[in-house]
Design a protein around this ligand. Structure first.
Ligand SMILES: Nc1ncnc2c1ncn2[C@@H]1O[C@H](COP(=O)(O)OP(=O)(O)OP(=O)(O)O)[C@@H](O)[C@H]1O
Ligand SMILES: O=C(O)c1ccc[n+]([C@@H]2O[C@H](COP(=O)([O-])O)[C@@H](O)[C@H]2O)c1
Length: 232
């Protein structure tokens, strides 16, 4: 790997030229991260034989410019907490630290320059995000640089993604992935926090502890806020 960017939180793959490595990239706003994200990434790891999955919170999510989004530092911290007990998950600051709007094509181009050719990229998304991918910035570069992994998500139809991708004429390589259904979203978690409701079994307790400690999402002091695992 060459230098120029802080690579300390990216996995050092590619050393053995006789084999191919598979780097999973789970992109998202993660505001906050929840078990829907984690189970999709774990399933991709298993089914596609990935070497590692890097969770990359988007610094300024391209399709959420009109929405209020929690700071990248807080979203990164929660992502780090949620992934720290899984030996093949990593959290990366790669997109949080980049100036400007976060585009996946920029990320993939940068990563391509950093890793040797025997490291392949697998960008993991849910059924909602994959349906929009043809409208992402430089979609043809995304198609060229990464395999896509499209995870099922309750309430979203993967056939629509298939139709949109077929109609685009872009040569995406997509693997469709059936993941255990979790009909949850970050919006749902934010609503629950604001209403003083429990997040138990929706996200790791360490994340719940963090967002209460930092009073995110209108968290009030409540019987659900304090855990032994509060970090940072
Ligand atoms: N429950 C879920 N099952 C499968 N995939 C999911 C699930 N929730 C989110 N994803 C996928 O994870 C990626 C990141 O999602 P994101 O961080 O925007 O979470 P979200 O729950 O959709 O957030 P919000 O409710 O704020 O829109 C996207 O590709 C999305 O499709
Ligand atoms: O590059 C783009 O144009 C683009 C547009 C929308 C979303 N994305 C990426 O898709 C992932 C999921 O985004 P979101 O907004 O659903 O959290 C995340 O990694 C985003 O950076 C990328």
């Amino acid at each position: 790997m060459c230098s120029g960017i802080d690579l300390t939180d990216l996995p050092p793959l590619g050393a053995d030229p006789s084999r191919t490595y598979r780097l999973g990239i789970m992109g998202g706003t993660f505001d906050p991260i929840h078990y829907g994200h984690l189970v999709a990434a774990e399933q991709a790891f298993d089914d596609l034989g990935l070497d590692v999955v890097v969770f990359m919170p988007a610094g300024r999510p391209a399709f959420k410019l009109d929405k209020k989004v929690t700071s990248g530092e807080d979203r990164y911290a929660m992502t780090l907490l949620a992934t720290s007990d899984n030996p093949h998950f990593l959290a990366s600051r790669f997109e949080v630290d980049r100036e400007g709007v976060t585009y996946t094509a920029d990320t993939l181009r940068q990563l391509r320059g950093l890793y040797p050719a025997n490291v392949e990229f697998y960008f993991i998304t849910g059924a909602d995000a994959i349906t929009e991918i043809v409208a992402w910035r430089d979609a043809e570069d995304i198609a060229r640089l990464a395999h896509l992994v499209a995870a099922t998500r309750p309430g979203y139809d993967l056939d629509r993604a298939w139709d949109a991708i077929s109609a685009s004429g872009l040569a995406f390589d997509v693997t469709y992935l059936s993941v255990p259904a979790l009909a949850i979203s970050s919006s749902y978690l934010r609503e629950r926090v604001g209403a003083g409701q429990s997040l138990r079994y929706l996200t790791p307790d360490s994340v719940t502890g963090y967002l209460h400690k930092h009073a995110l999402y209108g968290a009030k002091s409540s019987r659900y806020g304090q855990t032994e695992e509060v970090v940072a």
